[in-house]
Design a protein around this ligand. Structure first.
Ligand code: ADP
Ligand code: ZN
Length: 589
């Protein structure tokens, strides 16, 4: 039986890593002991290593069930680059006969298959002709209807697993609330004590949320700070197209659209080019991202409101898997909430309360003057510290003001004018600016006419946004504002309304927030060499080495292959393949 000590040894020789991260060790220990496990670990925690490593130690093959071909091929590339014997068995592979032969001959550490294939009876027969050491079920939340990517074929895996009762199962997911976790355990036949949950925190991601006034300009500014690859989510195809064009012309960077309406060949090309690129930005509908394990995404920006906190966490989780600093920027508008709250009336009664909670949670996230990471982590049931030091609110505490009285004035004006006017008209009434329309309607005779002084008037915009976000103001289809939610309590003075005062000037980031050295000729030479080797091998640059590994080479200037091999991320196989070339680059620069 292989031991944890063997595994630690192999972690160094195979992957070039000095130690396990987070709960990896616990998961691997269970797998080595032959127990079945559900590992819930955030993106970038290193889930794949927890089955790849044992797979190389067991006799026989680890069968990996994975929901997407793109994901499998990505994993295949990385595993192969580390010298792990792996293959995929999908409709897109022409070498299927050869793969089956290798599998039967015991020459594979990993065999990747989709659930559609895995659940068929002839696949079970195939397994009977080979030696299986472990079942790994990736993206295991797909098995649950409670999860957000339910895939019926995952439900058909249980008979397959049960026909090999002695082979341990390892289910992996990054997103599963308590309900979903329990469901996965039941559906895949994993005992309760097999649940291992790592913390949700992604400390290297900086969370920022701000009011959206000019998304193209705001994201172009972000791109000036973050030179690396990025993903921008926009709600509709039309906005995706437009934003991609605007960003390309404003920044001169490669920017591509991605949405379901594109020609499939073009979509596939955009995705492949993005994965291989070191500076491309992709503007996409939410359809983009699940099949992508690109570790060097430096930012994820939302140009519109995400569907839920869960969706937001998963989408932003695509940033910074490599552990280097990354940014998640959420641009929101009062209109996003108005539309979403309008839709509430269309969903059936049973789901409405749930949907409302979903929106309230998002409103809290965007409106909070406190730590955003804490809001996110509390949502997932954790008890984080009050300040993270790496979100906009922790870095620069926003001003907060008690706007309860002003809120009462605004809500009264909405009520007195008949709940059918937009903010522009209401501001005129409240500040006593009697234009023709105000006079015609007789609104200059109302008690609320002119009760807000110019100093306070400045706050009416952000206040209206805040009230719309929390649902106390709801806009109708013509843009007229109506009372909703807790408006009555606010009017009666039973509810406090605190709002965040918008900063006077735009907060500006440094031009380059990356930890990579700027203008270091050695680092630049190493990067160029990586690009060259990657192109030669037909893989993305990060498959050769991550930036962190290049930085360590540049900083420590190894003078022998032995010294090179001690650097994190350089295992035996990569040392063999690239060590000499990088050593030469160090000598020459
Ligand atoms: P996940 O599937 O959980 O999102 P991955 O398996 O893609 O995460 O791993 C994320 C990154 O972390 C990979 O680039 C991987 O090489 C790296 N990694 C994994 N385990 C370790 C470790 N023990 N030490 C250093 N880096 C690690
Ligand atoms: Zn914070």
């Amino acid at each position: 039986m292989p031991t944890l000590a063997d595994a630690t040894e192999r972690l160094q020789s195979l992957f070039g890593f000095a130690g396990f991260r987070g709960r990896q060790e616990d998961v691997i220990q269970r797998v080595l002991d032959g127990g079945s496990t559900l590992a819930v670990m955030p993106t970038g925690a290193g889930k794949s290593l927890t089955y790849q490593l044992p797979a190389t130690m067991f006799e026989g093959t680890c069968v990996v069930v994975s929901p997407l071909i793109a994901l499998m091929h990505d994993q295949l590339r990385s595993a192969t680059a580390n010298g792990i014997r792996a293959a995929t068995l999908t409709s897109a592979d022409e070498d299927r006969a050869q793969t089956i032969e290798r599998f039967r001959a015991g020459e594979l550490d990993l065999l990747y298959v989709a659930p559609e294939r895995a659940s068929q009876s002839h696949f079970r027969e195939l397994l009977n002709t080979a030696r299986v050491a472990l079942f790994a079920i990736d993206e295991a939340h797909c098995v649950s209807e409670w999860g957000h990517d339910f895939r019926p074929d995952y439900r058909l895996l249980r008979p397959l697993l049960d026909s090999f009762p002695d082979i341990p199962r390892l289910a992996l997911t990054a997103t599963a609330d308590e309900h979903t976790r329990a469901d996965i355990l039941t559906q895949l036949g994993i005992p309760e004590e097999g649940l291992i949950v790592a913390g949700f925190d992604r400390p290297n991601i900086r969370y920022v949320s701000t009011h959206r006034d000019n998304p193209a300009k705001q994201i172009a500014q972000l791109m000036a700070t973050e030179q690396g690859p990025g993903i921008v989510y926009a709600p509709t195809r039309k906005r995706v197209e437009k934003l991609a064009e605007q960003l390309a012309s404003a920044t001169g960077r490669p920017v591509r659209p991605y949405h379901a309406g594109l020609d499939p060949a073009e979509r596939a090309r955009n995705q492949a080019d993005f994965v291989a690129s070191e500076d491309m930005v992709i503007v996409a509908t939410i359809a983009f991202g699940m099949g992508i394990d690109k570790p060097d995404v430096r930012f994820v920006a939302h140009a519109g409101l995400p569907k839920s906190i869960e969706a937001y966490y998963q989408e932003t989780g695509r940033a910074g898997r490599d552990g280097d600093p990354a940014r998640a920027v959420l641009l929101w508008g009062a209109g996003d909430f108005a539309t979403a709250r309008q839709r509430l009336s269309e969903v059936d009664d049973r789901r409405r309360e749930e949907e409302r909670k979903r929106l309230d949670a998002l409103a809290t996230l965007v409106e909070t003057p406190t730590c955003r990471r804490a809001v996110l982590l509390r949502h997932f049931g954790e008890s984080p510290p009050a300040n993270c030091g790496n979100c906009d609110n922790c870095l620069e505490a926003p001003g907060v003001t008690d706007a309860s009285q002003l809120a009462q004035k605004l809500l009264s004006a909405v009520y007195r004018t008949g709940q059918s006017y937009g903010l522009g008209h209401l501001v005129k009434v409240l500040t006593g600016a009697a234009d023709e329309r105000v006079q015609q309607r007789g609104h200059d005779t109302l008690g609320v006419f002119g009760i807000v002084d110019p100093e306070e008037a400045r706050l009416l915009q952000p206040l209206s946004r805040a009230l719309q976000a929390r649902g106390a103001l709801v806009s109708n289809e013509h843009g007229g504002l109506q009372l909703g939610g807790d408006a009555r309590e606010i009017l009666r003075g039973e509810q406090l309304v605190e709002i965040v005062i918008p900063p006077k000037r735009e907060r500006r980031g440094k031009r380059n927030s990356s930890p990579n050295p700027v203008g270091d000729p050695l680092f630049d030479a190493l990067r160029a060499l990586r690009r060259e080797l990657a192109d030669e091998a037909g893989v993305p640059p990060y498959v050769v080495f991550h930036d962190a590994t290049l930085r360590e080479i540049a900083a420590s200037r190894p003078s022998s292959l032995e010294e090179m091999g001690a650097i994190s991320g350089i295992g035996a196989r990569k040392l063999d393949a690239y060590g000499a070339a990088f050593l030469k680059a160090v000598q020459n620069n």
